[in-house]
Design a binder for this molecule. Structure first.
Ligand SMILES: NC(=O)c1ccc[n+]([C@@H]2O[C@H](COP(=O)([O-])OP(=O)(O)OC[C@H]3O[C@@H](n4cnc5c(N)ncnc54)[C@H](OP(=O)(O)O)[C@@H]3O)[C@@H](O)[C@H]2O)c1
Length: 351
């Protein structure tokens, strides 16, 4: 069925966020379904992803840098999505294929196939292609590879543990037989991580005895600190690092909304003290540009799901119009695990 002349919807950037993100920084607009050209295909989005990294892309000056251009106002938010190919004039994709890619916050996307992954049948639900089998899971996988794998006798500490990446790190470390301790904000998240994800212990960063909880959970120190948060927490963790431990900088949640996360004091001396005194190493990594490792990643995820060692879970929010608030909620300590938005089908399309 041709969708030309059907009206779809998209979410666009309405204004550059000033400080904390607001739902009104986005706008929902009607749009025509794009026309196919040779070498392209149309995807009907089914699940669309909200991700903290999008906060960087929509900043007026992304990460304060002049080298990364800002997204023009009115641009469709370039989020990841999983959907079904509905029409194709591309040699490698046919109608009915289930694919994942940066299809944007919209009902229907036109793609030339660049950066598009087929969703392996072994993922179970296709929404897992945005969670453990997608960007968060791949980030966890690349981070753990960067640390040299999961080693017996070592402890991995994860900040933002109840987020999409943090829960994937915990699940992967446990599935590989390692020990993992999380940092999360609140008792509900602590329980979720221990009961559902399998974390060995979790310290509640909002509790007055946060440091007592950390000390109890880390008798041998931290061998790998998988840091999703940055900000002042890094200096607080340094005293727990084991000699020769590794700090992996995965992300900077506490810094994406401006300088709020920097805190009033200069934390660098405390960090440098541990770098010198304990031989702690600090290393950043990115999953971008690591496509060559994708087949090995997908194989491991499928195998862990099929053996029951991984039980993936995503949190589903309903409706394209809910995307702006779902993105805002990522920064409000109110989401747990991987959050995806189910996009309501257009008239005449099946769910
Ligand atoms: N390196 C890479 O290639 C790569 C790729 C993708 C994502 N990332 C990064 O990975 C990180 C996590 O992404 P995600 O998708 O898991 O995000 P998420 O699902 O939104 O979870 C992030 C977690 O961060 C914590 N958090 C939020 N604001 C915070 C603050 N101001 N201070 C301390 N903690 C805060 C929250 O945990 P609590 O409130 O429970 O502590 C939240 O659960 C992000 O920094 C992202 O940029 C990196």
């Amino acid at each position: 069925m041709s969708l030309v002349n059907t009206t779809a919807k998209k979410v666009v950037l309405h204004s550059y966020p000033e400080g904390n993100l607001k739902a009104s920084d986005f706008a929902v607009e009607d749009c025509p379904v794009p026309e196919l050209t040779d070498g392209t295909f149309l995807v009907r989005n089914i699940f669309v992803s909200v991700d903290p990294m999008l906060r960087i892309f929509i900043d007026k000056m992304p990460l304060g840098s002049k080298s990364m251009p800002s997204l023009p106002i009115g641009t469709t938010i370039p989020g990841a999505a999983v959907g079904e190919v509905i029409e194709s004039r591309h040699p490698d994709f046919k109608a009915g294929d289930i694919v994942e890619g940066r299809f944007g916050w919209q009902h229907i996307a036109l793609s030339n196939g660049q950066g598009v992954n087929r969703v392996p049948a072994g993922y179970g639900g296709i929404e897992n292609a945005l969670g453990i089998g997608g960007l968060p899971g791949f980030t966890a996988y690349i981070g753990l590879n960067t640390a040299g794998g999961v080693k017996p006798g070592q402890t991995v500490l994860v900040s933002g543990a109840a987020g999409a990446v943090g829960s994937a790190v915990g699940a992967l470390v446990k599935a590989r037989g390692g020990r993992v301790v999380g940092i999360a904000g609140g008792e509900d998240k602590r329980r979720y991580l221990i009961d559902k994800v399998g974390y060995d212990a979790v310290a509640d960063r909002l509790s007055p005895d946060f440091h007592a909880q950390l000390a109890e959970a880390l008798p041998d120190g931290v061998h790998v600190y998988f840091d999703n948060v940055g900000g002042p927490m890094l200096a607080e963790i340094m005293p727990y690092m084991a000699f020769g431990g590794l700090v992996l900088i995965s992300g900077l949640m506490a810094q994406y909304q401006g300088n709020k996360g920097a805190g009033a004091t200069d934390n660098l001396p405390a960090v440098l003290h541990a770098v010198m005194g304990k031989g702690v190493r600090i290393q950043g990594f990115s999953q971008y540009g690591q496509d060559a490792l994708r087949p090995g990643f997908e194989e491991e995820i499928c195998s862990l799901i099929s053996s029951g060692a991984l039980k993936p879970e995503v949190h589903v929010v309903e409706g394209l119009e809910a995307l702006p608030q779902a993105q805002v909620d990522l920064f409000e300590n109110s989401t747990t695990g991987k959050v995806v938005v189910r996009v309501v089908p257009l008239p005449g399309q099946s769910a």
